[in-house]
Design a protein around this ligand. Structure first.
Ligand code: FES
Length: 354
């Protein structure tokens, strides 16, 4: 099970009018824990005015060409963590960080001659930066097309870095899309909100049909629209990679279990057992465990990050959504406790199981 590690902030940089990047100082003894793959994320825990707030952010650096751990955080109106990071966090401050996690990547190989197509919306650019720089560094013969949608030019995160990368690497093509385009004669398919027709035109115009890999990260409606359009174009599902955690919608009132049962739930964490009663139509197992004094790990609470992953040792549970576990993991009894409800009268859940 992952733990939080105290890391110092080494650098803070403004990367757009409403976003900053944070670079972390990794002490020698933590280097093995903080090795990462392109496209992964880390989870931060910061005590903000007396309250522990936990959020996940994608890494925007490449593990191959930069070897620095950096994330970008866009200030979200009313967002506790993003506002604190953008306005109050200082170089030299220490924050609690959980090691990198996530499956938003494919294996790279210098012999590959692949075509990658990336769709990013707003802060969904962060994992793409890591992917782009890694592909350019490892796969010199692969090609990348980045479609990057923003409200207006001022909101573009990493604009200078993206433009420099595309200038220095002809195999990277960047297509900016704006809700409010900078001029009247901006291409119509790159202006206004995306729709199916515009996506098809963009893919055709920029030779992006039949790519080897499609990566999508941004607001949920945009991701769903692009995914559905790609599927209508007969793109095989295994070529479509989606990072959901930047835009999670949860509805704790929903529950997949119809018949209510009362379960005796035992949680194992750090070898310590905690037992409590929980009804199947009540709150999820993670929240119930926390209410019963268990220091259970979590981040997104949206079924995406897998920080709350645990294994069923005895009994059954159902999950509302699962964007993180593979079919094999589910078959092996793993659940996302933030999405899980008991479905048997006795349930034993082990957070220590690897
Ligand atoms: S806390 Fe992220 S999947 Fe449960």
């Amino acid at each position: 099970m992952s733990h939080f590690y105290p890391l110092k902030i080494k650098n803070i940089e403004k990367v757009s009018k409403d976003a900053v990047s944070l670079t972390f100082d990794i002490p020698l003894q933590y280097i093995p824990q903080f090795r990462f793959k392109q496209g992964q994320f880390i989870t931060l825990k910061i005590n903000i005015h007396g309250e522990n707030v936990i959020r996940s952010y994608s890494i925007c650096t490449s593990p191959y060409s930069e070897k620095e751990l950096k994330v970008a955080v866009k200030e979200v109106p009313g967002g506790k963590m993003s506002t604190y990071i953008n306005r109050e966090l200082k170089v030299g401050d220490t924050v609690e960080v959980m090691p990198p996690s996530g499956k938003f990547y494919t294996e790279l190989n210098s012999a590959h001659q692949k075509k990658y197509v990336l769709f990013a919306g707003g802060s969904g650019i962060t994992p793409m930066m890591s992917i782009i720089k890694s592909v350019l560094f490892i796969e010199k013969q692969s090609k990348i097309t980045l479609f990057y949608a923003n409200r207006e030019p001022d909101n573009v995160i990493f604009k200078n870095e993206i433009d420099t990368l595309s200038k220095n690497h002809p195999q990277l093509k960047v297509v900016y899309i704006f809700d409010h385009p900078p001029s009247m004669d901006y291409p119509p398919e790159q202006s206004g909100l995306l729709n199916e027709e515009k996506i098809k035109i963009l893919l055709e115009k920029h030779s992006s049909l039949n790519a080897d890999e499609y990566f999508i990260c941004g607001p949920t409606p945009m991701m769903e629209l692009i995914e559905n359009t790609l599927k209508k174009l007969n793109t095989p599902t295994e070529k479509i990679h989606i990072e959901y955690f930047t835009a999670i919608e949860t509805n704790d009132a929903n529950n997949t279990t119809t018949e209510e049962i009362e379960s005796e739930v035992t949680i194992i964490l750090y070898g310590i057992e905690t037992t409590f009663k929980l009804k199947s139509n009540d709150i999820n197992i993670l929240d119930a465990a926390i209410q019963n004094g268990v220091d259970a790990p979590f981040s997104c609470k949206g079924g995406v990050c897998s920080t709350c992953r645990a294994k069923i040792i005895e009994g059954k549970a159902t999950m509302k959504v699962n964007y993180a576990l593979t079919d094999d993991e589910v078959k092996d009894g793993y659940i996302l406790t933030c999405q899980a409800h008991p479905a048997s009268e006795k349930l034993v859940v082990d957070y220590d199981a690897l």
